[in-house]
Each structure stands twice: as structure tokens, then as C-alpha cells.
Design a protein around this ligand. Structure first.
Ligand SMILES: *[C@@H]1O[C@H](CO)[C@@H](O)[C@H](O)[C@H]1NC(C)=O
Ligand SMILES: *[C@@H]1O[C@H](CO)[C@@H](O)[C@H](O)[C@H]1NC(C)=O
Ligand SMILES: *[C@@H]1O[C@H](CO)[C@@H](O)[C@H](O)[C@H]1NC(C)=O
Length: 229
């Protein structure tokens, strides 16, 4: 229905949703700025056409200016109403609002992180990070070699998870604290509208704009014990 990005699979995200709510908002930190009420639509960290030809300007405008903006606006209405209902002691209304809060709040959080997960391909002048460029050495490179042998196997694992998602969902690269290893997981999320037109093509193309530098920054923060979100 609406275009390729609806799937929003294949996220180089090193993250732990359970820690989400414990982190305070910091307006100048793009990774925690989402955690404030009222919610605010964050600007893209690059221009709308910066990811072309992998993701078109139109798709970016639809997903940022329309979909993400709608999650933010709808979350704010639900949060306001929930605040009123809590003050009134209206249990039925509070419970009724939880689905709107998680649907729109989830969409807002996931998209806020997703914009940071990508970077223009081979565009050092546009951004300090170059999309699709995997570091040749360092903690992330070492760990990928340990857990997946090589980048190609990691990416193809992420693509397999993405292809297997029913409807819409997300693929995550996470740090497993118990096993001390990188792990690929997927989540199904009704918060995100479906409508991928060619998932295979999207999963083939998207690694070209993965922001691996951002992935490494999050891995180091995680290993350092920093609650980065
Ligand atoms: C907020 O984030 C900025 C940018 O990451 C950082 O420099 C600053 O120290 C943070 N402020 C607080 C209070 O954590
Ligand atoms: C929020 O409250 C307004 C005013 O009572 C109501 O019109 C609106 O439908 C409510 N929205 C949600 C999502 O509950
Ligand atoms: C989807 O993309 C794949 C890989 O790029 C391509 O081989 C296939 O023909 C495309 N399918 C459709 C229906 O466009």
C-alpha cells in the first residue's frame, strides 16, 4: 500500500527495550530525545534525499513527515487523556488508552532509533559516518567475527529474519548480556503499518546505508555499562 520502508526491517540496533523506560530524555542526544512528554518529532539526521537510491526522498518524507509525525501527535493526545483519566481515577479510561499509548509510543521510539541507524552511503562530506561501511577493526568487527565469522554471514542472517517476519516488524542486532554475544532477533509489531512492495529488494539494498559506526558506538556503550537509553 504505502511503499518499501513500511517493513523497516534490518536494523543495526544494539539495544535493550527493557531499559527503555529507565532513561531520562536529553533533548540534545538523538538517542534519548524521544523519551519526553509531550513527544517531539526529531529532525532527520540527514537530508530527505540523502539515502537515495536505496531509499527515495518520497519514502523518507512519507515515513518521517506523515507516519512518524502521526505517531507523535496521536501519542500526545493519548498521553494527555491518560493524564486526565489518572487524575480522575478513571480506571476504565486509563486501561482503554494503553493500546493507543503503546501503538503510537512504540512507533515513535522505533522510528526515532531507526533514523539514526542509517547513514548516506559513501558520503563522508554529508555525515561523519558513511553508510554501508563496516569498520575494518575494533570491538564491533572483532565481535562479528567471533559470532558470525564475517559480515556477510551477519547481514544474510538479518535478511533471513527480515524475510521471515509476517506482516510488519523489525529485525534487531542486539547484545545478549548473558551469552556475551551479538544476536539477531525479530519482533512483530502491529504498531508499524505493513505494505512492503518488495521485501527481498529492500533487504538486499538496505545494508548499503547501515550506519555501522553508530552500531559500534552503542556496543561500546553497552559493554562499558552505560545505560545509553
Ligand atoms: C545530553 O546529550 C549530549 C549529547 O550526547 C551530552 O553531551 C550531554 O552531556 C547530555 N546531557 C546530560 C545531562 O546527560
Ligand atoms: C481524548 O480526549 C478527547 C476529549 O475528551 C476526545 O475527543 C478524544 O477522542 C480522546 N482521544 C483518545 C485517543 O482517547
Ligand atoms: C524483488 O526484488 C528481487 C531482488 O532485487 C528481484 O529479484 C525480484 O524480481 C523483485 N520482485 C518483484 C516482484 O519486483
Amino acid at each position: 500500500m504505502l511503499g518499501l520502508l513500511h517493513l523497516l526491517c534490518a536494523l543495526p540496533v544494539l539495544a535493550f527495550p527493557m531499559h527503555l523506560l529507565g532513561r531520562e530524555a536529553n533533548a540534545s542526544d538523538p538517542l534519548t530525545a524521544f523519551n519526553s512528554i509531550p513527544a517531539v518529532l526529531p529532525p532527520l539526521p540527514y537530508t530527505y534525499d540523502a539515502l537515495e537510491p536505496i531509499i527515495s526522498e518520497d519514502i523518507m518524507r512519507i515515513h518521517h513527515d506523515k507516519h512518524h509525525a502521526a505517531y507523535v501527535a496521536n501519542f500526545n493526545v493519548a498521553a494527555h487523556n491518560a493524564t486526565v483519566a489518572l487524575e480522575q481515577g478513571n480506571v476504565l479510561e486509563v486501561v482503554r488508552l494503553t493500546s493507543a499509548l503503546s501503538f503510537n509510543g512504540g512507533g515513535h521510539i522505533l522510528h526515532s532509533l531507526f533514523w539514526q541507524n542509517l547513514a548516506p552511503a559513501n558520503a563522508f562530506s554529508v555525515s561523519p559516518a558513511a553508510g554501508g561501511v563496516f569498520p575494518s577493526s575494533g570491538r564491533l568487527a572483532d565481535q562479528v567475527e567471533r559470532d558470525y565469522d564475517n559480515l556477510k554471514r551477519l547481514v544474510s542472517t538479518m535478511q533471513q529474519f527480515g524475510g521471515a517476519v509476517q506482516g510488519s516488524g523489525w529485525v534487531w542486532l542486539v547484545w545478549n548480556r548473558q551469552n556475551h554475544a551479538l544476536e539477531v532477533i525479530s519482533t512483530q509489531n502491529q504498531n508499524l503499518p505493513s505494505g512492503a512492495q518488495n521485501r527481498t529488494a529492500y533487504l538486499d539494498a538496505i545494508p548499503a546505508v547501515f550506519n555501522w559506526e553508530e552500531g559500534e558506538r552503542r556496543l561500546l556503550a553497552e559493554l562499558n555499562g552505560d545505560e545509553w537509553w
